[in-house]
Design a protein around this ligand. Structure first.
Ligand code: ADP
Ligand code: MG
Length: 345
């Protein structure tokens, strides 16, 4: 696949205004999960069946939250963080699977995605909801994804480095969406929409056909959106410093860590990734913020994914880049202002 840079003013010229009118679901449920809100909407079948399917999907997400949360001392991930440096620890097959996927993404992104950044994430207070600069002193060491030893057949994980601490915050919500979508599919649902903290997974097509339309928020202007992504059955995930951040020396520091520097990444302001797999979309959106525009494009192309990347320009303004395969409909005024080089902000 050849990805070429789409100059946004070209997009602005061709984009038609798209209004995302959400169709009415047969059943919908919303619940606080994984430190955010989960919402599942089913658009086909009878109401009783739709409700049961949604409950089963939410139950799967709850189970994954219990297994993966670093905030719970009894989660499988916390158990790994306490015990795996001493030898193989048996964990739930789903935890083995998501860690194996994490390692694949680490390899594909030259280590930009690395679940062993937890000591730095903790030092900045991002795990307990009170972010703050870590203060003077050495940066906590990141053991690196290569220190994970995963034995899928035995169902065990071990760490070869005593400093290794893992955190699935960059991939777990996507994984949970994939599992929840599978649960719905397994119950015969043919049209559904799942949202976990702004990570979206769709199943089938919306009622009446056509694509799903998903609004992408402006990373700096609350309430504004960049535009709408149109897609079939797919997943979309956005990573940014828009919500989880703290200020340091007047600069915004977000919760995505560059594993090489051990500091908050700032190569992109926001990255939205569309992929078939929600796990892939989630992990690659996190990695993209570390990789920056050019290398993120390569990683997306390699994975067969598309994306909308918001990069900081030297003058402090923002630039929007879309990959060629993305069906993106820009909100003209917002995007034109963003890409107007004559108006530094
Ligand atoms: P959100 O959780 O807000 O949707 P992300 O999917 O981008 O955003 O995940 C950010 C989280 O991922 C951080 O809070 C941290 O737990 C974890 N993380 C931070 N940096 C990395 C990294 N380089 N690789 C993998 N995970 C990371
Ligand atoms: Mg992510």
């Amino acid at each position: 696949m050849i990805l070429k840079s789409i100059l946004i003013w070209v997009l602005v010229l061709v984009a038609l205004p798209v209004e995302a009118v959400p169709p009415t679901p047969v059943a919908v449920s919303r619940e606080y999960l994984m430190g955010t809100f989960a919402e599942v909407r089913v658009y086909d079948g009878d109401e009783v069946g739709a409700r049961q399917a949604i409950e089963a999907a939410l139950a799967e997400m709850r189970a994954l939250d219990r297994l993966m949360a670093v905030q719970r001392s009894d989660s499988d991930v916390s158990r790994l963080n306490r015990e795996a440096a001493r030898g193989p620890v048996r964990v739930d097959p789903r935890v083995v699977q998501v860690l194996a996927r994490s390692v694949e993404v680490s390899r594909a992104t030259a280590g930009a995605f690395d679940v062993t950044v937890l000591p730095v994430v903790r030092a900045w207070g991002f795990t307990d909801g009170h972010p703050h600069p870590p203060g003077p002193g050495p940066i906590p060491r990141i053991a690196g994804w290569r220190s994970l030893r995963i034995d899928a057949d035995a169902g065990t994980v071990a760490f070869t480095d005593a400093a290794a601490q893992v955190d699935l915050g960059g991939i777990g919500k996507g994984y949970a969406l994939d599992r929840a979508r599978d649960v719905l599919r397994g119950r015969g649902v043919r049209s559904a929409w799942l949202d976990l903290g702004g990570n979206i997974a769709t199943l089938g097509a919306p009622p009446g056909g056509g694509p799903w339309r998903i609004a992408v928020r402006h990373p700096r202007h609350d309430g504004d959106r960049l535009g709408v992504v149109a897609m079939g059955e797919a997943s979309v995930s956005t990573s940014s410093d828009a919500e989880q951040y703290t200020m340091e020396d007047g600069k915004r520091r977000g919760h995505i860590i560059d594993p090489r520097s051990g500091r908050p990444a700032d190569a992109l302001v926001s990255a939205t990734v569309v992929a078939a797999s929600a796990t892939t979309a989630d992990a690659l959106s996190t990695a993209a913020v570390v990789l920056g525009q050019a290398r993120a494009r390569e990683a997306l192309a390699h994975a067969g994914a598309d994306g909308l990347l918001v990069a900081p320009a030297p003058d402090g303004s923002l630039r929007l880049h879309a990959t060629a395969g993305l069906d993106f409909h820009a909100d003209n005024a917002v995007v034109a202002a963003m890409n107007d080089t004559r108006r530094p902000r």
